[in-house]
Design a protein around this ligand. Structure first.
Ligand code: WT7
Length: 652
């Protein structure tokens, strides 16, 4: 940490256009946001249209996990994302839909989007969806995903979007947890030239579930799928009967907007609940300043709306700001690894936002895929989801941006609603691998093992927040105690992020990654406990322990140590490994499939039966000689046996 880092000064042509012109300007605004938060956030709320003004800016008590913003205020998110833009930019493109095959894509203006959202809202109402009801959306990246989420917002229903890579089992759990009365899906999804049978996955997910009254099916391909009469309805048919206008509900600032499930170190995924006024204010403000979005800019976030990045930075932030946002249905390597830059050239993209895992995956395909396309429109390059290794950062900066773009390495979480720690264009010099500075209103601190706040600038510790901000999630749906336990109990008075972090002598933050049993695989967040419980469900398996290990493309790969049942006979090793991997793909989703399975004779356990993952993590990176104290193990000899098996696997 004391070593000198390469730094890149602010580029003058970036500063010429940026909203903020200097570090001093940032510092003054930041200081105000921390010293007088209510004043600051009162002003920022003016970014939105309020039907009725709020009475109180904030009422937050982190120690009690009680967070309330803009109470008494009435507004509607869809109105803010659509209606209020119509007079000025009705004909401007709101969404550029970049389809799997580029030729199938289209532009959707604010006026069209408004009409489609209203029709969809009328469909939902006609099918009995009311304010406060939960709607589960399981859709690929098609315009209907935007229509349905905004339609929910318009009528005050709460959407719970489930990434279309999740298994039937995972959808079912999420539907049950939030008691969704409607599920919205598509006949099929199309991704990288392949078709995904979404409707049949939903059929499995909702089978026998009484809470689900209806399934609305969008048509993405010409394949006909079985429709269960009385339950399943065609989205297009339903829309054709509806009018393109629908009044927007007056929602309270603290009314729920959406639930989004995310993994933690223990138990089932948690449904984080975000509300209306604070979330949208935060989404809109961060989108404007972090990406330095100006009128006329074309903005592309290549994430999937199934994750929080897509919620906040494909839909809500950009549309609240009246921007033009791209929805990308395909993958970065289809039809070839030049796809991103093909998009940039065709749509003259100014701001591009993706994940380190995607950057690494296309970087290794060679620079020629980038250089083939004109990228002169690019100004800002963003990254999110996991720590970016300096090599990937440099490649993004040098090759993609030709040293002419500002990079924003944005750290945040599903729980935080929006970006928290990030460079700002025009403000600070860049350091490859550093998320650098807190956004306005964000008050981070580092705490040590004992939970003591570290005052020194140069420090290493657990990243916490000492003040609430409007984008912070309000609760875990249906389980406020769990919300409090998970985030506010380790360090009373602080929000605990679960991340480790270094702060350098300049006060810049470097996120080092999770310190709990959460792993970040290709930017997807997974709990090791979830994967273990899936592996353990396999009839051949007695027990397992999962750890993450460094993976060249994914950032973190998944390694499962597995103990087999005594009575399984002579199954071939290879067959066992494949069966266990498939079990996880089926239970959770393909993106959670373990990279490596190591069949071992035992697991390192303490005398009280706790698996010491620390030892397994060391073994997974080949640090056999550096395992620390193993004398507390019930049977220290298993360690050498596991090392033996691991060595053998590495040899192969
Ligand atoms: C975890 C949150 C919110 C965006 C998508 C992920 C890691 C996220 C960065 C970054 C280092 C990062 C953290 C965090 N993370 N962005 N720029 N640098 N780490 O959301 O699924 O809720 O995961 O992703 O470990 O805790 P998520």
């Amino acid at each position: 940490m004391t070593e000198a880092h390469v730094t890149y000064p602010v580029l003058e042509h970036i500063r010429k256009r940026s909203y903020l012109k200097s570090r001093d300007e940032y510092t003054a605004m930041y200081k105000k946001s921390i010293d007088e938060p209510d004043e600051f956030w009162r002003e920022q709320a003016n970014r939105l249209d309020w039907f009725h003004p709020f009475q109180k800016v904030s009422d937050c008590d982190l120690a009690n996990a009680s967070i309330r913003w803009y109470e008494g205020g009435k507004l509607n998110v869809a109105h803010n994302c659509l209606d209020r833009h119509l007079s000025e930019r009705g004909d401007q493109t709101a969404i550029i839909w970049e389809a799997d095959e580029a030729k199938d894509g289209r532009h959707i203006s604010y006026r069209e989007l408004h009409a489609e959202v209203c029709k969809t809202a009328n469909v939902l109402k006609s099918m009995g969806v009311k304010r406060g009801d939960r709607v589960c959306i399981y859709l690929p990246m098609i315009p209907e995903l935007a229509y349905t989420m905004l339609a929910c917002a318009r009528i005050g229903a709460i959407h719970s979007i489930v990434f279309a890579g999740f298994s039937a089992e995972s959808i079912r759990d999420r539907i049950l947890d939030c008691e969704a009365k409607m599920v919205i899906t598509a006949n099929e999804g199309v991704r990288g030239g392949k078709r995904i049978a979404l409707k049949s996955i939903v059929d499995k997910a909702v089978e026998g579930l009484e809470v689900v009254e209806s399934v609305l099916v969008c048509r993405r391909t010409d394949t006909d799928v079985p429709m269960k009469s009385g339950r399943d309805f065609s989205f297009e048919e339903a829309c054709s009967k509806q009018r393109p206008t629908c009044p927007a509900e007056w929602m309270d600032a603290e009314d729920p907007l959406f639930i989004l499930y995310t993994s933690g170190s223990t138990g089932r995924p948690k449904g984080l609940l975000h509300t209306t006024g604070g979330y949208l204010t935060y989404a809109s403000l961060t989108h404007k300043y972090v990406f330095d979005v100006h009128p006329g800019d074309v903005y592309c976030c290549a994430a999937d709306i199934g994750w929080v990045t897509g919620h906040t930075y494909i839909i809500y932030g950009p549309l609240a700001n009246g921007a033009t946002t791209i929805m990308f249905e395909s993958v970065p390597t289809y039809p070839d690894p030049g796809r991103y830059w093909d998009i940039v050239e065709r749509h003259k993209v100014n701001i591009f936002y993706t994940a380190p895992t995607a950057i690494r995956a296309i970087a290794r395909e060679g620079d020629q895929w980038v250089k083939k396309y004109d990228r002169s429109s690019l100004r800002i390059l963003g990254t999110v989801g996991e720590p970016i290794n300096p090599e990937a950062w440099e490649w993004y900066y040098d090759v993609v941006g030709e040293q002419k773009c500002a990079i924003v390495d944005t750290w945040w979480q599903t729980e935080t609603g929006g970006i928290m720690i990030t460079p700002l264009p025009g403000v600070n010099e860049l350091k490859p691998g550093a998320a650098t500075l807190p956004f306005f209103g964000v008050h981070p601190c580092l705490v040590d093992e004992e939970g003591k706040k570290i005052e020194a600038t140069e420090a290493k510790g657990y990243l916490c927040m000492q003040a609430a901000w409007p984008g912070l999630a309000r609760t875990v749906y249906g389980d406020h105690e769990r919300f409090k336990q998970t985030y506010f109990s380790q360090y009373p008075g602080l929000y605990f992020t679960g991340d480790g972090c270094n702060r350098d002598k300049d006060g810049d933050y470097w996120i080092t990654g999770r310190v709990d049993d959460v792993i970040n695989v290709s930017g997807h967040r997974l709990g090791t406990a979830e994967i273990e419980s899936s592996i353990n469900a396999h009839p051949w398996v007695a027990e397992s322990a999962v750890v993450g290990y460094p993976h060249e493309i994914k950032g973190t790969g998944i390694l499962g140590f597995v103990i087999l049942n005594a009575n399984i006979g002579d199954q071939a090793k290879e067959e066992i490994v494949q069966a266990v991997r498939e079990q996880v793909a089926t239970d959770i989703g393909k993106f959670a499939r373990p990279d490596l399975i190591l069949v071992c004779p035992g697991l390192p356990k303490t005398r009280s039966g706790k698996i010491m993952r620390r030892i397994l993590r060391k073994i997974s990176v080949g640090e056999y000689g550096n395992l620390g104290n193993v004398t507390t193990l019930a049977d220290p000899s298993v360690v050498d046996q596991i090392i033996g098996v691991h060595k053998e696997m590495v040899k192969k």
